[in-house]
Design a protein around this ligand. Structure first.
Ligand SMILES: [Zn+2]
Ligand SMILES: [Zn+2]
Length: 314
């Protein structure tokens, strides 16, 4: 672990809405009561928005893993913003930064270097990282409609709450909005925190990213995080038939409809690179697959450029 800078701390005022939403999601279900239809609604709005976070914010805006039209690009950004995870440029730019420096000193949310809770949510509630780092996402920042969405990132969630209210009143806002959003937040944040702590490492990468089936289930494919860090620009993150990746199956369905195209997938040489590892490299992966984190202050060995098939961060 490295000591955090003086300006790297959770900001009380900035955390207030986050805390209030958590408390409301905890208390208000006792006011509305529980009905299976409302639980189903919460699951539906969770899954719908998780898809747009993973397929939109992550695979499209952060990694350009497929192509789409300017109109559907807007839909991806708008729907992903209903997750209340800040703006599209903020999300994509910070995520690109994570890949460039993952589990190294510059990484803003490395559990190995900055602790589990900081990587899970501390860094999001810190004023230092409020800015959208547009310099890291100029390819999308050139679209005025995306800059608008990024600036007014509370608009989509506010409109979503309005729609829920009109359709079903308070119970729909509580279950389809608050409860679902809190679960969605943590489901997404787990990929920054747990996916670098829990699971198995198949590929040598300079970070400690892992693969775990449960996280893949919760985050609709994102739990195959070691695959993803090894070769980041693929539309699928589950690379083998047993690696469940619901976001990719939905992207395939959208490609049949012609809404997205040119979905990038890994070659067999990339997928099967681990078969060529030496006994020493296998032992290293075994060691790194243990639960928890190890001290990552030392520069990673071997350098990324020397790992067979590894993709250089863009
Ligand atoms: Zn990561
Ligand atoms: Zn990524």
């Amino acid at each position: 672990m490295i000591p955090r800078a003086a300006d790297e701390k959770v900001d009380g005022l900035k955390s207030l809405p986050f805390v209030v939403v958590h408390l409301a999601a905890l208390v208000l279900p006792f006011v509305t009561g529980v009905r299976w239809q409302w639980v189903a609604l919460a699951l539906f709005t969770y899954g719908l928005r998780m898809f747009f976070v993973t397929a939109g914010y992550h695979r499209y805006f952060s990694h350009r893993a497929f192509k789409t039209s300017r109109a559907f690009q807007f839909v991806l950004a708008f729907m992903a913003e209903t997750s209340a995870q800040k703006g599209v440029l903020w999300w994509g730019a910070h995520h690109r930064h994570h890949h460039r420096y993952s589990d190294q000193v510059e990484d803003l949310h490395s559990p190995a270097l900055r602790g589990f809770w900081w990587s899970h949510l501390g860094w999001i509630l810190c004023r230092k990282y409020e800015r959208s780092r547009v310099e890291d996402i100029r390819d999308f920042a050139r679209f005025p409609e995306l800059r608008f969405l990024d600036r007014f990132y509370l608009l989509p969630p506010a409109l979503a709450v309005g729609v829920l209210w009109l359709l079903g009143g308070l119970p729909w806002v509580v279950w389809g909005g608050l409860v679902s959003t809190v679960l969605l937040w943590h489901g997404t944040f787990f990929i920054n925190s747990l996916s670098h702590v829990l699971g198995k490492r198949r590929y040598l990468t300079t970070d400690l990213s892992r693969n775990h089936w449960l996280l893949a289930l919760i985050a609709m494919g994102e739990g195959w995080h070691n695959n993803h860090h090894y070769h980041q620009n693929t539309a699928n993150q589950g690379w083998f038939w047993w690696e469940f990746d619901l976001s990719y199956y939905l992207l395939r369905a959208l490609s049949v409809l012609g809404l997205v195209w040119d979905l990038r997938t890994p070659s067999d040489a990339v997928k099967l690179a681990y078969e060529k590892y030496t006994p020493a490299q296998r032992a290293q992966l075994e060691r790194e697959s243990r639960f928890g984190t190890e001290d990552r202050r030392a520069p990673p060995t071997p350098p990324l450029a020397m790992l067979p098939g590894a993709q250089q961060p863009s």
